[in-house]
Unconditional design. Structure first.
Lengths: 203, 91
């Protein structure tokens, strides 16, 4: 008696297997939900790297298109926020190359307490009041004058709360470069704000 | 006196990394010790802390992204699904 041929079975490890497809679909939906939940973060960073809110929105949209296309390149369990903002950053760099470069300003030589020394009064309340005089427009404008590599580092660490290491991963530079750019960028920002406060434009 | 000035300079040099929690426990303890005994540096520390907070607050005043952008992003997501599900696109 001839043996009945076995019904061919598709191993569940095959990419086309029903269970594998279901797992993949769930992973994709999860990725999309998690990515969409980060839209505010992506927009805030993009806004500070762009000249206008419309430009920032286009940047975010393009970043999400790329993210949705290449979602399988994201390794679950790693930092999705950093992964997504790396795409935003790369697109901002590309956009920046197409435009006139931000005027370079010389790194300031003043110390880290420069702004404090310029704004400090004899009472802590006076320094608090001086800080309160910093307007949104003044801070945003001062940040916008920083050369791109300093601005993006300050934005990632000081505004988006990324660690030095995450910022280094996003910017694809050594951690020492992040620390150095951060240091200089913060000093430049303080110098710019001190000058704008003194001439009344930043308050 | 010079020792105090040197300690203040050292505290200033380390302050940003101190605020970033990027110093080792040992070095952070040195800054802690100096701040405990130096009112000027303590005020400067307070200022730096508040300055960061003010910059962050001012830059966040643009607010979250608009609903319209969220809708655009959801639309992009759907487009990618449609593209992936199209015949011949491959899974």
């Amino acid at each position: 008696m001839e043996a009945e041929p076995e019904t061919p079975t598709i191993p569940e490890t095959e990419p086309g297997a029903p269970r594998a497809l279901a797992v993949r679909a769930r992973a994709r939906v999860r990725f999309e939900e998690d990515a969409l939940a980060l839209a505010d973060d992506a927009y805030r960073v993009a806004r500070r790297l762009s000249q206008s809110s419309a430009e920032a929105e286009d940047l975010v949209q393009e970043a999400y298109v790329r993210a949705f296309r290449s979602w399988q390149q994201f390794r679950p369990g790693t930092n999705l926020r950093a992964w997504l903002l790396r795409i935003v950053h790369n697109l901002a760099i590309d956009a920046g190359r197409k435009k006139a470069r931000t005027p370079q300003i010389e790194p300031v030589e003043e110390g880290d307490y420069y702004l404090y020394q310029r704004m400090a009064g004899s009472q802590p309340e006076e320094t608090d009041a001086a800080l309160d005089r910093l307007s949104q427009g003044g801070v945003v404008e001062a940040l916008g004058t920083l050369p791109h590599q300093y601005r993006e580092t300050v934005v990632l660490v000081d505004l988006a709360d990324f660690s030095y290491q995450d910022a280094a991963d996003i910017l694809d530079v050594p951690i020492g470069t992040v620390m150095s750019r951060l240091h200089r960028g913060r000093r430049m920002l303080k110098s710019k704000l001190a000058h704008s406060l003194e001439d009344g434009s930043g308050a | 006196m010079n020792t105090m000035i040197d300690a203040c300079h050292q505290a200033e040099f380390l302050m940003q990394a101190y605020l970033d929690n990027a110093l080792s426990h040992e070095v952070a303890a040195i800054v802690d010790g100096h701040l405990a005994g130096c009112a000027w540096c303590r005020d400067a520390y307070r200022f730096e802390l508040r300055f960061r907070s003010v910059v962050k607050e001012r830059c966040a005043e643009d607010g979250p992204c608009r609903e319209e952008l969220r809708a655009r992003l959801r639309g992009c997501c759907q487009e990618q699904h449609d593209w992936a599900d199209a015949p011949g696109a491959g899974a």
